[in-house]
Design a protein around this ligand. Sequence first.
Ligand SMILES: Cc1ncc(COP(=O)(O)O)c(C=O)c1O
Length: 389
Amino acid sequence: MLGAQAAATNNPAPIAVEQATTAKADTNTLHQCVTDNYQRPTLLLEERLLRAKARRFMAAMPRVQPHFAVKCNPIAEILSIFHDEGVRFEIASKKELEQLIEIGVNPKEAFYSNPIKSPEHLQFAVDNGVEWYVVDCIDELNKVYQAKPDAKFYLRLHTSNEGSTFELSSKFGATGSDVSEIIQAAAVLKADLAGVTFHAGSQCLNVQNWVIGIRAARAAFDEMLALGLKPRLLNLGGGYPVELGKPVPSIEEIGAAVNAELTAFPDEVQVIAEPGRFLVADSGHFICRVAGTATRGGQRWLYLDTGFYGGLMEFDDMPYCLRTDRQGELINWRLAGPTCDSIDTFALSYALPADLQADDFVYIESGGAYTNSTASNFNGFDLPDIKII
Ligand SMILES: Cc1ncc(COP(=O)(O)O)c(C=O)c1O
């Protein structure tokens, strides 16, 4: 097993994309490195799969520079592995920028894509040399311009999130006449409104969302050019899905649609994307334990030592695959976490062996995204440990 430090700095032999993404690791052996000395819920991540996902993304969209969405999994070793692979980064906060600086990332290469930036976080980014800032409203344009008049801005558009598991357009994105008003305000201010972005929705199963977004970006570019602005960045955002039991469009299918649309933009236009989930989810095995079982009104309950607050916030919406070491007949369990909050019941009916007991291990596959990064230690329960092998 590689230490995290070694994992981040070693330069392993290139892994063929096919082999790396389809080869199944011997999961029993892998899991043993957690179960032998189990202390608390643990996310076990495979370095070779992280590297392979980065390479596969870049192969599917050669013109698109990926900027990993740090929020998805901000562990330093993961960031270092991606940095080593030539992936750049997207940030939402001061802390995320600090983490990048610590591993030697040049802030000039980071994109600050949180549409509403707290003043203290914004100032930190300005002081540390971040150049690119998203805006989706005039208030934010004015706020960032005041802090950094020479900022390079990119405009986040509201676009279709239809068919995405987690929609993001109801909270952010300029729409209707607001788009023209922001463009005009930038022209009047002489702010460098230099690009456009959108987010297709997370775990997006609808390839058309990227097509619609890129066409809307093209229209916004034209409006900006007409007012004398110099648009030169197209940021395709995140949303690229991972397969968790249900079929999803492959990155190659998405890439084919994206690559065809990109021909509407001259070569000088810099094209980036902000994948999060796609790059880390299926490199991770989230290993936890049964805290206890109960029968309530005839319904069997399985309480795990992790749950909604421990990193499984998305469980309801994502078809995670759970595995155990038991062979008993399958029954429908209600799954809950260890805290005293009733929100911490994350599956009403999940088929698992009837003979599960306290202290048994439960293996949640493809749990590398938005698990440890969303966990809290509410009620005094530990945050997950991280192991990179
Ligand atoms: C601005 C921005 N970019 C990228 C991402 C990453 O999205 P995903 O993990 O779906 O690829 C997010 C996720 O919320 C986001 O808010």
